[in-house]
Ligand binder design. Sequence first.
Ligand code: ZN
Length: 484
Amino acid sequence: MSTEIPDLPTEITPQSQDFGRWYIDVVRRAELADYSPVKGCMVIRPYGYAIWELMQQGLDRRFKATGHVNAYFPLFIPESLLMREAEHVEGFAPQVAWVTQGGNEELEERLVIRPTSETIIGTMYAKWVQSWRDLPILINQWANVVRWEKVTRLFLRTTEFLWQEGHTAHETAEEAQEETLRMLGVYKDFAENDLAMPVMDGEKTESEKFAGAVKTYSIEALMRDGRALQAGTSHNLGQNFSKSYEIKFQARDKSVQYVHTTSWGVSTRMIGGVIMTHGDDGGLILPPKVAPYQVVMVPIPRGNWRETVLPKAQQLRDALVARGIRVHIDDRDSQTPGWKFNEWELRGVPLRLEIGPKDLEKSQVVLARRDTREKSFVPMEGLAGHVEQLLAAIQQSLFDRAAQFRQEHTSRTDSYDEFTQIMDGRPGFVISPWCGSAACEAAIKTETQATIRNIPFGSEPATGKACIRCGGAATVHAWFAKSY
Ligand SMILES: [Zn+2]
């Protein structure tokens, strides 16, 4: 299966005209990712991959701080292993890719390319765990997975994608539940502090939970087109997998018990989330913490600038780099400063630093913010400290802006008529009472395309309220949205 790769767009479609088009234009023009000759598979280009590396670092640091270690398991899973957990198979079977031949020989047993790794990791845990002394196991894996997709959307939905999957095994149900919530908390902290992306954390409904899980929790973000994006999930798998994969141990009281397991993951989808949370018609806007270049320096080419301006720019760069700031000097002769300003704005660099002969005389530089487009003259003396403050201010202001957008695009209604009206446009989140029935949930999805994103923690009780769809007694307030 192969696919024709369209030419790179020359201009970016305005968000108001076609948000989907805007998104793809930004991803490709900013050189984050591109289509590939393999249908459904993307190429992550160096600039996009650099963002992923920064995300990995931010997450990995947090995983290790919470006691986890990294390991690596095989890409292939024997068919018989996948088949052991019934619900899991049912959930994933329509999406798996099969390997049936190795070299010239047909395989005796087909292999699946991992859609997720509970089965193979569980099989290994069964060998490694004998006693309560071997617990807990807290392992994370950075890997690629494959889920056959009919529709391709760069970063958001591709057949192969990169992610991390944590898999833990515990002595007790309480510990497993604690771990599940701890990792959801880690995801929320990462999304809000590093990606400046406010998220709602809560529990998924029965019909939206992971195949084989007892409980699934998610963080949900709101994109600028009013659609929600599930940005990460954490699952309490109870003893479902330990019973299917025989992960047993001798307990403190000498009885033989099954372990309690969890799994949790986030993927390159988060890059799509960052683009759609912060971007504007000028292109990408990157939060400083995950920007490959936090500052781009554009020397103004006048006179003998290579002998005067450039050495000063390099000296300033060195001072910034010494403070841990990621800097790039764009000293290409082939492009004008105006072209470079546009280009780096499109690629979302948080701060642009301009320096020319006149600035040299005054011992100052010009700093331009990508988020507000404000320009200021700043003395060279103490520049690094000033840049650090500005980067922190941009990080905060992006979060505040996104939080305000979410607030303005979150509504509440107890009436189904109003609910369907809201869902007709660019809705955002709608909070409504729901009875807990999967049938109502499915009907709402068919009628409005909206799904329950999650039931947020601390959601106000729905006592005395009627379900918006069936009018029966409501059990919770659910957060509905159209989603990616
Ligand atoms: Zn109902």
